[in-house]
Design a protein around this ligand. Structure first.
Ligand SMILES: Nc1ncnc2c1ncn2[C@@H]1O[C@H](COP(=O)(O)OP(=O)(O)OP(=O)(O)O)[C@@H](O)[C@H]1O
Ligand SMILES: [Mg+2]
Length: 275
């Protein structure tokens, strides 16, 4: 019985997307369907990879998942519950996001990393200097723990974000996302702006997080080798539609669909699905 319960927990769908659609220009002369009836689900602890040519709707799909854009139809289920019924702040805490380029605000690393927890405590504007000494100590300890998880030394707490390299800034944005203790972490091409070494550091961190935690990832990448290394399942999005999906790396190594083979061989562009 205990074993059966564990199996059920393992197979639990952390996030599920059903018939998700996003239209722009509704009511205008030329409305456009950017996301078209997309469905998929990710088990708890899974690493789900979204692939597709530029302009196919990958970023928009992620933005629909935590309501940075409001879907026109369909639904997102988080642990089986309709995400549209959650307060948007709670949804965004539980479904975190890391972008291609670290979106840090001016200030030091500690303030950026602790932004989410402070927002929830109603103290987002507090810098270290204004907090009581005990608060500052515990904030430091919390931030240092998060920095350690992304391989940065404690001394980085006081560093102005303007002094960070691209790779360091991306690690700080990962720490900031982790500070919210999300259940799902969405990553939109998190290494695309980094050199190969910095990119490898982020990739290793993601693999480590996937191995050590039950965090669930929805990961957009252009890099097929990276998708093979990191993802356990993937889908191919073309012109807003899911044209293929399956387990990685077989999904890319031995494509079931012609369109996936074209994509793997670099012969697919946005607009091709319509032909
Ligand atoms: N709010 C919007 N209004 C109009 N068009 C939009 C809107 N949001 C996205 N689009 C269009 O939808 C298409 C998909 O954009 P999206 O950024 O999701 O693609 P992508 O797959 O992430 O591309 P890339 O790989 O280049 O990042 C693009 O043609 C974009 O211009
Ligand atoms: Mg994009």
């Amino acid at each position: 019985m205990g074993y059966a319960l564990r199996v059920d927990a393992h197979l639990q769908r952390r996030i599920a997307v059903e018939g998700l659609t996003f239209d722009v220009g509704r009511g205008a002369a030329a409305p456009r369907r950017i996301i078209d009836d997309v469905s998929f689900s990710v088990v708890a602890g899974g690493v789900f990879t979204v692939l597709g040519p530029s302009g196919s709707g990958k970023s928009t799909l992620l933005r629909c998942l935590n309501r940075l854009v409001e879907p026109s139809a369909g639904r997102v289920l988080l642990d089986g519950h309709d995400a549209s019924e959650l307060p948007v702040q709670e949804l965004r805490r539980r479904v975190g996001m890391v972008f291609q380029t670290a979106a840090l605000f001016d200030g030091n690393v500690l303030d950026n990393v602790l932004y989410g927890p402070r927002l929830r405590e109603g103290r987002a504007g507090d810098g270290m200097a204004r907090g009581a000494a005990g608060d500052a100590d515990s904030a430091c300890a919390q931030a240092e723990g998060l920095l350690r998880r992304v391989g940065l030394p404690a001394a980085f707490c006081d560093k102005p974000v303007t002094e960070l390299s691209g790779g360091e800034a991306q690690r700080v944005s990962l720490a900031r996302a982790l500070a919210n203790e999300p259940e799902v972490l969405m990553l939109d091409e998190p290494t695309a702006a980094l050199d190969p070494t910095a990119s490898q550091v982020i990739e290793d961190l993601l693999l480590q997080l996937a191995a050590d935690t039950d965090l669930t990832f929805v990961f957009v990448t252009h890099n097929l080798a990276q998708a093979r290394r990191i993802g356990d399942h993937g889908l191919l999005l073309v012109d807003g539609r899911v044209v293929d999906q399956g387990p990685l790396p077989a999904f890319l190594d031995d494509p079931a669909e012609d369109i996936t083979r074209q994509f793997v061989e670099g012969r697919l562009q946005s607009g091709d699905a319509a032909q």
